[in-house]
Design a protein around this ligand. Structure first.
Ligand code: GLN
Length: 468
């Protein structure tokens, strides 16, 4: 499918409709929706920006490719002057004092922010039910969850409320909801897009990335948001992805495609999805790709390693939220009691579970046994990826073991929620770029490559569109 960003750009230039009409239409659809995908609609800001775009067009001025394009942002990004809640009571009245770098780049290019999107609180979850704004409903089957944590963003793109949305992915939060709602979702290489202004969950795996309905929009957005940032010292310099990879028919025979036996043999994998996945591999093989079966860690090891580290990091990141600086304040006679009350009243149960778990993992006497062991395992996992990518261009995997659960089903079973991340967290630990494409199985397929190889991923996804 061709770029919708380009289509809207051409429509605006040829005055097929005005930007104000476009934005009003999207806002009306959002207001009429009962999927609960949005925490805050930015009506005034969006209409003001749309009027400015229309004025430029009326004056005969050139407009940039992104000018007037409506987008959504997960409610964990700072956007100056807007209430930025992380779907929590703790930050329910917190007004952002500055704008996240990635979002600023989109604003500078002229894109129009429409909504702040519902998500699991602080990114903690895989269903977008852990939110004080109520569960997000799946775009295809509203009795099911949207996935998480960036569920609202995936739903908005699937329902065409936004042209694209910006999610956050720590352990799968873009890829899994993208699969559950049948859209594209990219987690770039760690450090490619600045995290400045993204509320931190687990800083060593947090990534900013786009959701869109086609590959070219993903590519355009990746190129705009990438780059080194003085405010985030983990950012790296990267090459632009060349849009030429989407032209013509890609050649299957240039790809060596690996898949993990442990993922496919996992008992939790839905049998129909397994059959569809294997059938997709067969088609690739028939088209000329080389297919390789690879050994990897079992999913339990991956999930345990990820959660040990993610909980430890979130416990330290969230320690700054004690009610004094960012709102959510509960006063008591003794200051320390005030902190305690603020935190116990204003964090969700799931967030508290993670803070308690994380502090346990980091505590004296346990840190060596648990936290440092997880760090060692992570290094081994990264090493294993380095080895694989010497002889493999792409690792293809399922996105999640099963279809999205029914709303409410996982809330009482945190362990099954954690296991639904089985296929995404390993690549996060590796800092690798990875994309969900809505092809192959009912909830899509996950395409991963070596660090910095987003272009290979996009080219391969283009091939999948031809072959499957
Ligand atoms: N579901 C995973 C978790 O809860 C991933 C979340 C995310 O990527 N933010 O940690």
């Amino acid at each position: 499918m061709a770029s919708e960003i380009r289509r809207i750009h051409e429509d605006l230039k040829s005055k097929k409709y005005t930007c104000t009409d476009l934005i009003k239409d999207k806002l009306a659809q959002i207001e009429a929706s009962d999927l609960n995908s949005n925490n805050l609609v930015l009506t005034e800001l969006a209409l003001e920006k749309a009027a400015a775009v229309d004025a430029k067009i009326a004056n005969g001025e050139e407009i940039g490719l992104l000018e007037g394009i409506p987008f959504g942002l997960k409610d964990v990004y700072l956007l100056q002057g807007t209430i930025s809640t992380a779907s929590s009571d703790m930050l329910k009245n917190y007004k952002a004092p500055y704008t996240a770098t990635a979002i600023q780049k989109l604003l500078d290019a002229g894109a129009i922010p429409l909504v702040r999107e519902n998500c699991d609180s602080f990114g903690h979850g895989s269903t977008s039910e852990n939110t004080v704004f109520g569960p997000v409903k799946n775009a295809i089957d509203p009795t099911r969850v949207a996935g998480g944590s960036s569920g609202g963003s995936a739903v908005n793109v699937a329902k065409e409320f936004t042209t694209f949305s910006i999610g956050g992915d720590t352990g799968g939060s873009i890829r899994q909801p993208a699969g559950y709602n049948k859209v594209y979702g990219l987690k770039p290489t760690y450090g490619r897009i600045s995290r400045y202004g993204l509320m931190a969950y687990a800083s060593s795996t947090d990534c900013v990335g786009p959701f869109a309905r086609n590959l070219e929009d993903i590519l355009i957005l990746l190129n705009i948001m990438s780059g080194k940032d003085y405010h985030d010292q983990t950012t790296i310099k990267t090459e632009e992805v060349d849009a030429a990879v989407l032209e013509g028919t890609p050649e299957a025979k240039k790809f060596t495609v690996g898949y993990y036996k442990s993922f496919i043999e996992n008992e939790a994998l839905n049998p129909e999805m397994k059959a569809d996945f294997m059938a997709a591999l067969e088609k690739l093989k028939a088209a000329g790709a080389e297919i390789k079966e690879l050994d990897f860690y079992d999913v339990d090891t991956l999930v345990a390693t990820y959660y040990m580290l993610a909980m430890a990091e979130t416990a330290s990141n969230l320690s700054r939220l004690d009610g004094t600086n960012y709102g959510g304040r509960e006063d008591e006679k003794v200051l320390k009691d005030g902190y305690m009350l603020s935190r116990s009243k204003n964090f969700t149960e799931e967030t508290k579970r993670r803070i308690v778990g994380g502090n346990q993992v980091l505590s004296t006497g346990h840190a060596e046994e648990i936290y440092l062991k997880a760090r060692t395992l992570r290094t081994q996992i990264m090493h294993s990826f380095d080895q694989e990518f010497k002889e493999t261009d792409i690792i293809l995997s399922p996105v999640a073991p099963d279809l999205p659960p029914k709303i409410g089903e996982n809330l009482k079973k945190p362990l099954s929620m954690y296991l639904s991340d089985a296929y995404t967290v390993g690549f996060s630990l590796g800092g690798l770029p990875t994309l969900t494409a809505p092809v192959g199985t009912e909830i899509g397929m996950q395409i991963t490559a070596a660090k910095g190889q987003e272009q290979t991923i996009i080219e391969f996804a283009h091939l999948l569109n031809e072959v499957l």
